[in-house]
Design a protein around this ligand. Sequence first.
Ligand SMILES: [Zn+2]
Length: 275
Amino acid sequence: MAPTSTGASSSSSEELLCTLGAGTDADGAGSPEVSTEFDPPVNSDPAVDIVWTVCELSALLQLKTAASKTTSLRTCTHPGYVMRVRKELSKAATEEKLRRLLAEFASRKKPVSVVFKTRYWHQRWADVALKIVTFGGQHRYLTHYVTTLGHTIYVPDHWEEWPAANRYEILRHELVHVEQFEKYTFGGMVIVYGIFPLPLGLAYGRARLEWEAYAETLRAVAETEGIEAARSPALREMIVRRFTGPDYGWMWPFPRMVRGWIHAELDRIEAAQKA
Ligand SMILES: [Zn+2]
């Protein structure tokens, strides 16, 4: 079985970026006291800070324009406008992160390829085999999962339609698997990931390798969407299900232990962000 990760994510990357004007309606739509509505970003990532600054400036420019047109002030300060700006900038910032990561893939000593899963016979066969050994529990292998084998990352056909934040976070996870293949070799990964000590039910080797990658997932989500998104119960329980359910062949069916790993990693991430 190959290292895989799902496309599921905790929340939209929009949440992270500047929240200018988000409270305007609640406090009275169209209030000219917009400077008090600025809400600093929670994330210290440089790219996000740049987005925040741009967003702040664009809103200020909009207000200056509005100041000479009293009747349009309400429109210009409407959260919908700011939300639209924020969304566009958020997408641009995240796509830039994704572009840089893919450039890093290409520039590695042995480049990492991202290809469509359904175009490879062994991936179609893996889909059938997984359906059989998990009694149908894993039936979304081709459509919802990303798989890494060596230096190739296999993605579903609709990969490009997934939000850039999700793709970035998933590729960060998969890069950990690429590095594991480099460290342990292909044969070593087959043994440690595939059959040690059991192929199903108690696959400690797979669980440890996946935990390394899911810890990176948490770091990537904290970076792109904020620590609150990384701490979301939805993301935590999704990861717990990966370890305890059929997706990875019930590799580590101890939910309390997995939650403990997640909790400890989030504390380390948060401490590093505050440092
Ligand atoms: Zn994985």
